[in-house]
Ligand binder design. Structure first.
Ligand code: BGC
Length: 921
């Protein structure tokens, strides 16, 4: 711990010393984050990483140094000891600054402040931000896991409670709760927090997450009660889990600080104070099946102090200690799942005396809140579906064994609202049976449920079909973020398939802030890794479906940490797990025979049926055309190159050379086996094979144009349609964008006949389908999800090629961005923004009769290298100033560091700020 002479707090308290809002000379230091979270409560990271962003009206703002100070806040805002003073650190770092002070202590609140200097000599100090630790060492937990051991069906949702007295005023109270599968915490009868389906699912044999709640306001001097409602969560779809774990159980610690300084702890233990009942209202529930809620069994006052919990006649027994799950306890370091939005029905139709069908107008993940009134004992069922049959009723054919049915047994009395607790559904339509009264749109609310990650990307253009596709992709992605990136939200699956994520992740990191969710999911993948082989599994957590070793197409294991570093400036996963990544790649590489990995089970999955092996796995989803060996070995090539990149990042140059040499050997092996000449093409010359080779960059330079021409020829021969599966579809688009054929890419995007995204939209899709076919029954129904992100991977094309935005690896988190928009014929305007960790980055353009206008917004402390796709003879102006003239000269404009012509257009090097450029000629 150091305390330099120019300590920012010399003579003052931490924070609050700068001008209001942390602004000095128009410079503001804002949005302080700890491991990507604002003011996190309950972290267990010993060396958290800090980040902040700068705001300024001025252009070309460059941070030249920072200083972070951290102070424990316990005992008063300025009373605690300072635990870290980074001293002035020269440079532009504003992301991932690792805590380097005295060891943090558990259950402690810290305040931190950052002061920055910029190149023009301005200094600014942030407001104080806070973070709070939970249990830095899992051994510090003293509570026991408790369950309700009852002769009741295992599917009940037990309620667990205890009372306790507090003989003083409460100044601070935290509840640490791990209730698995799912739990809801109540204090003195009130539900705490707004998270649902908590904690996030992990393989409980490896890791179990707990949440931290601030319950200060919920407690009182005198009698108090804690209550926990437990749900099965992911126990039920985990048939391979240890049998003794097949019951909901809870571990809870409440830590209270009283005004006189005393500390009181209430923990789950065997002393008899904790009572449990299996007689609560949730009588049946599962993720896939839905929930049955019997309002007649509600227990008034069950989570309040006093005797009311006994009035209903429920049988309360002592909660018993049970075997802890084998997994290590970790703080939940990601956004909880929440109800993030609500939908109003667009239609409610009565189909019979007691049947209604509700159309929410949008396919989504979540459930409905419904207002019901009726005689005691009335049973109302809600069936959820993505499709309607010709008879106007729900068509649930594609849900497989998922009943996706919520049932309410009414208690009589006044109308009241119901919603489920421990299930969720993927649906647009709702069939309500058993309800004789009138149901109107006012009685039903669609509750949109997902991990509450931030939306960070926006795209729109002047083509409504593309805008609709973008909306569909965002809804699809949003429907599949539930503590992990699931494949679909509706059928009996909802697993995070690594192969889909190989293409999907890039779309997702443009649209949502996923640094924490992907960090958690990356750890889920590590949890599947074999100790001996290093092999990971196809799905993580790995249950029910997917094999280990995974199919070689699961490059997401490496791409996700790559994306986290490139987009969010988060390098921890590469640093900490380089060896684990290497073990998988070494395993894969060892499968080669004659340089080729023949093993391929998934490959370029689910292409149009004409391209697939009828009757193969996944309702005929295996490609009949694209050679599995090309796909598997191609991904090995990609993995080796990613390993080389990671090795260079970590300064392991020897490793990097090894991986580069290996990648080169793989490239040669692929070309030897799959490259044909006259004309140059890969494998059978289908779109997937040619696009994949071009995407990987393995095509010999003298063949590149021919392979590209073959790809375009095949697309045109198919009347501008794709023949590709879930992976190579993205690669076709990227290759066309990269090689100057945006015209062909636009043709594919604007296509409205089968197979195409437009075909889905023509059929009313509000999300992206799993298959190119319109599946409403028949042999594909079992693999006919209508809300499946993999074909939504196309959305990154909008940002990357129409907006032209890309991160630069050497300046992660968009410290430097490339902005190279394409202006395809027939498109008049594009506007996209990504809220990067340094602030919003915008690329927008529009054409008019006078010329083309470009808007570029570069966050403070960042730079952009912009290529305007205009001829070198064009005149580029900002306002009246000529930035680039036909003679190659321009005026000096603040923030524009350099201008020059190159083959693709006019290049501008921009510092931070907003630029409005107009181009003539
Ligand atoms: C999933 C797909 C995945 C496939 C791979 C399916 O069940 O829904 O998204 O690509 O399995 O085998």
């Amino acid at each position: 711990m150091t305390s330099g002479a120019d300590h920012p707090d010399a003579g003052g308290s931490l924070g609050g010393t700068s001008a209001a809002g942390g602004s000095a000379g128009g410079l503001v230091v804002a949005e302080l984050r700890v491991d990507h979270a604002r003011e996190p409560l309950g972290i267990d990271e010993r060396r958290p990483r800090f980040s902040w962003l700068l705001r300024s009206e001025r252009r070309g703002v460059r941070q030249t140094g920072y200083r972070v100070t951290v102070r424990a806040l316990d005992g008063g805002p300025d009373a605690g000891p300072e635990t870290w003073d980074s001293g002035w650190v020269p440079g532009a770092d504003q992301l991932g600054v690792e805590y380097g002070g005295a060891p943090l202590t558990s259950r402690t609140r810290y305040g931190w402040v950052v002061r920055v200097r910029t190149a023009d000599g301005t200094e600014a100090t942030s407001e104080r931000a806070t973070f709070e630790t939970a249990f830095l060492d899992p051994q510090e937990w003293s509570g026991e896991w408790l369950a309700c051991v009852a002769m009741a069906p295992a599917v009940v949702s037990p309620l667990i409670r205890r009372e306790f007295d507090l003989d003083g005023d409460v100044v601070r109270a935290r509840a640490y709760v791990s209730g698995i599968g799912y739990s809801e915490l109540f204090v003195n009868g009130t539900r705490v927090g707004d998270s649902v389906l908590d904690p996030a699912w992990t393989d409980y044999r490896m890791r179990v997450l707990y949440a931290t709640y601030d319950v200060t306001e919920h407690l009182v001097r005198g009698a108090n009660a804690l209550g926990v409602a437990l749900g099965n969560g992911w126990f039920e779809p985990m048939p391979s889990a240890v049998p003794s774990q097949l019951q909901p159980q809870v571990l809870l610690e409440l830590h209270v600080e009283l005004a006189d300084g005393r500390r009181v702890a209430v923990v789950t233990d065997r002393g008899g104070a904790w009572l449990a009942t299996a007689d609560g209202p949730v009588v049946d529930h599962s993720i896939y099946g839905g929930e049955t809620y019997d309002a007649r069994r509600e227990i008034e006052g069950w989570a309040e102090p006093g005797p009311r919990h006994r009035d209903s006649g429920a049988r309360w027994r002592g909660a018993l200690p049970v075997e802890p799950p084998a997994g290590v306890l970790r703080a939940q370091a990601l956004e909880p799942i929440r109800v993030v939005d609500e939908l109003t029905p667009v239609a409610v139709r009565r189909l019979g005396p007691d049947t209604h069908v509700v159309d929410l107008g949008q396919n989504f993940a979540g459930w409905v809140r419904i207002r019901l009134a009726g005689a005691r004992g009335t049973v109302v069922t809600l069936r959820h579906a993505e499709l309607l049959g010709d008879d106007g009723r729900v068509n649930t054919v594609n849900l497989r064994t998922a009943a996706a049915t919520d049932t309410y047994v009414l208690a009589g009395g006044a109308a009241r609202w119901f919603e489920p607790h421990f299930t969720y559904h993927g649906f647009r339509f709702l069939q309500v049976d058993g309800y004789p009264a009138d149901l109107t749109a006012e009685d039903v609310v669609g509750r949109v449920v997902r991990s509450a990650v931030e939306r960070i990307g926006e795209f729109r253009c002047d083509d409504e079909l593309l805008n609709q596709l973008h909306r569909n992709v965002v809804w699809t992605e949003a429907s599949n973020l539930h503590g992990l990136p699931t494949d679909c939200p509706q059928r009996d699956e909802r697993l995070a398939w690594l192969n889909d994520m190989t293409v999907r992740g890039e779309q997702a990191v443009h649209n949502f802030g996923l640094a924490r969710l992907y960090g958690k999911w990356f750890t889920d993948i590590l949890d599947t890794q074999g100790a001996t082989t290093g092999a990971i599994a196809d799905t993580a957590p790995h249950v029910r479906y997917g094999r280990r070793p995974a199919d070689p197409v699961v490059s997401s294991f490496l791409l996700v940490p790559w994306l986290m570093q490139a987009h969010y400036g988060e390098r921890r996963w590469i640093e900490r797990h380089y060896e684990d990544l290497a073990r998988w790649v070494t395993y894969l590489a060892s499968l080669r025979q004659d340089g080729i990995i023949e093993h391929s089970e998934i490959g370029d999955w689910a292409p149009p049926v004409s391209e697939a092996v009828a009757g193969s796995a996944g309702s005929g989803a295996m490609s009949a055309v694209t050679p599995g060996g090309l796909i598997s070995t191609g991904f090995l090539h990609l993995d080796l190159r990613l390993m080389a990149t990671f090795a260079r990042l970590l300064g392991r140059d020897g490793d990097a050379e090894h991986y580069e040499a290996e990648a080169e050997a793989v490239r040669e092996a692929i070309n030897r086996r799959y490259l044909r000449r006259g004309p140059a093409r890969y494998g059978p010359g289908n779109q997937s094979s040619n696009a994949f080779a071009l995407y990987l960059g393995i095509v010999p330079a003298d063949c590149e144009q021919e392979v590209l021409a073959e790809l375009v020829r095949d697309i045109e021969e198919h009347d501008v349609h794709l023949t590709t599966g879930n992976l190579c579809t993205k690669y076709v688009m990227d290759v066309l964008g990269r090689h100057g054929r945006a015209d062909v890419a636009m043709g594919l995007l604007r296509q409205r006949t089968y197979p195409s995204w437009g075909f889905m939209i023509e059929h009313g899709a509000t999300t992206v389908w799993e298959r190119w076919e319109h599946v409403t029954g028949g042999p594909l129904a079992g693999m006919g999800s209508h809300n499946h992100p993999m074909y939504g991977a196309v959305d990154s094309w909008f940002y990357r090629y129409l907006g032209g935005i890309a991160p630069v690896w050497d300046a992660p988190g968009f410290g430097r961005a490339v902005v190279e928009p394409l202006l395809p014929d027939g498109l008049g305007a594009v506007d996209c923004t990504i809220r990067t960790p340094r602030g919003p980055l915008t690329s927008a353009w529009s054409r008019s009769a006078e010329g083309t206008s470009f808007t570029v917004v570069v966050p403070a402390n960042a730079q952009a290298s912009v290529l305007l796709p205009v001829p070198p003879t064009a005149v580029v102006r900002e306002g009246d100033a000529i930035v680039w003239g036909p003679d190659g000269r321009g005026e000096d404009v603040e923030g524009i560091d350099a201008v020059g012509a190159e083959p693709g257009g006019v290049r501008l090097e921009l510092g931070s700020g907003r630029y409005e450029l107009t181009v003539r000629g």
